[in-house]
Design a protein around this ligand. Structure first.
Ligand SMILES: *[C@@H]1O[C@H](CO)[C@@H](O)[C@H](O)[C@H]1NC(C)=O
Ligand SMILES: *[C@@H]1O[C@H](CO)[C@@H](O)[C@H](O)[C@H]1NC(C)=O
Ligand SMILES: *[C@@H]1O[C@H](CO)[C@@H](O)[C@H](O)[C@H]1NC(C)=O
Length: 337
């Protein structure tokens, strides 16, 4: 896969640009760097799909895959910022977790913690009680924040719950447990990770509840926390309804001050969509062309049906350990959702 960053540098350093285009270059670069948009790698190993998502004029700036292992063979390390995740208690007990996080390029600064602890393992959740999660968070995740682990001071999120009253209750109990263990600090947090499956109105309301819970209602909060929407989609709707929902959602997320990053679910082909979300959520069609939804997510300059560059390698070749871990986590997400 071409290293698009490298490519861009070369192109611009070879020529002396007139002032106007220089200005335009810096402006577009600044805009691109400001993009909040990213993607969740959910097991789509087609080279062309990943190459399109990471091409040099892509609005996507970051990705994650529910694991600490980057998909370096599909997403070149210098293209998108990789956000590691400590998915559940298992990952805290695996000695490779810390080593691999330490080796992630310094451009990565944020670390996600437990995935849907209020959800079952069958649906990709980590099924952890608030008490156990608080203990594991303080023992294992907080040292990444202080720099005792992971080679730098990571910004850490609380676990991302399902977008439901259960999720909020879980977070409330988690907070109580955190202060029972550490009455001074509780469970320190730098950003909020949120999931949402449903219509636009519900998404806006859920993000509003999280902002209220963490920022408005917590009088000890000095700097308001920002939200990362790490999973969102409109499940089981027609392609048209889904496009409409996304078209309403993207400008809202781009504008809303307390939203820092977001990722649509999902970056995969229609025939790889699971039954629970339905086909309408897929960014790619069965042939690897962008769906209307995919073209909207990629923004101006990208067309429905457009494909990325590159051929798929023979199955089984050059599949990294990280990829296999991600795939196996994702198949859990797949089967369940
Ligand atoms: C914030 O506090 C108000 C007033 O106590 C309460 O009614 C509301 O439910 C709280 N919001 C959340 C999200 O916990
Ligand atoms: C967590 O609990 C502490 C101590 O009871 C309280 O001061 C704080 O407001 C709570 N935070 C949230 C987000 O509910
Ligand atoms: C999205 O909404 C805008 C303004 O509301 C509209 O002009 C545009 O056609 C819509 N795009 C799609 C793909 O539906």
């Amino acid at each position: 896969m071409p290293g698009s960053q490298r490519h861009r540098h070369k192109r611009h350093s070879r020529q002396i640009l007139p002032f106007a285009s220089l200005l335009a270059f810096f402006t577009t670069t600044a805009l691109a760097q400001d993009s909040k948009r990213g993607f969740a790698f959910n097991g789509d190993t087609h080279v062309s799909d990943n190459s399109l998502l990471t091409t040099s004029n892509s609005p996507l700036k970051w990705y994650y895959n529910w694991s600490p292992y980057p998909n370096s063979n599909l997403v070149a390390l210098n293209t998108l910022e990789f956000i590691p995740m400590i998915h559940g208690i298992d990952a805290t007990q695996d000695s490779r977790t810390e080593t691999v996080i330490k080796n992630i390029p310094q451009s990565s600064t944020h670390l996600l913690s437990f995935n849907e602890p209020d959800g079952s393992q069958g649906s990709g959740g980590s099924a952890i009680s608030p008490e156990d999660a608080a203990k594991a968070y303080i023992d294992y995740v907080v040292p990444f924040r202080t720099g005792e682990k992971g080679g730098r001071k990571w910004k850490i999120s609380h676990p991302s719950t399902t977008g439901s009253p259960n999720g909020l209750n879980w977070l409330r109990d988690f907070n109580t447990s955190c202060y029972e263990i550490d009455s001074q600090n509780g469970c320190p947090i730098d950003f909020i990770a949120a999931h949402w499956y449903g219509a636009f109105g519900g998404l806006a309301a859920w993000l509003g509840s999280l902002d209220e819970f963490y920022n408005t209602n917590d009088s000890s909060r000095e700097v308001p926390l920002k939200i990362w929407v790490t999973e969102m989609a409109l499940p089981q709707q027609s392609a048209e309804n889904t496009v409409q929902m996304m078209n309403q959602t993207l400008p809202y997320l781009d504008k809303e001050q307390y939203v820092e990053r977001y990722a649509w679910f999902g970056a995969f082909r229609t025939n790889d969509a699971n039954e629970w979300t339905g086909d309408g959520v897929a960014l790619f069609d069965d042939d690897g062309g962008l769906t209307a939804l995919g073209a909207l997510y990629m923004g101006g300059g990208f067309q429905e049906g457009q494909k990325g560059q590159g051929e798929d390698a023979a199955a089984g070749l050059s599949v990294s350990v990280g990829l296999m871990v991600a795939l196996c986590l994702c198949s859990a997400v797949f089967t369940a959702l």
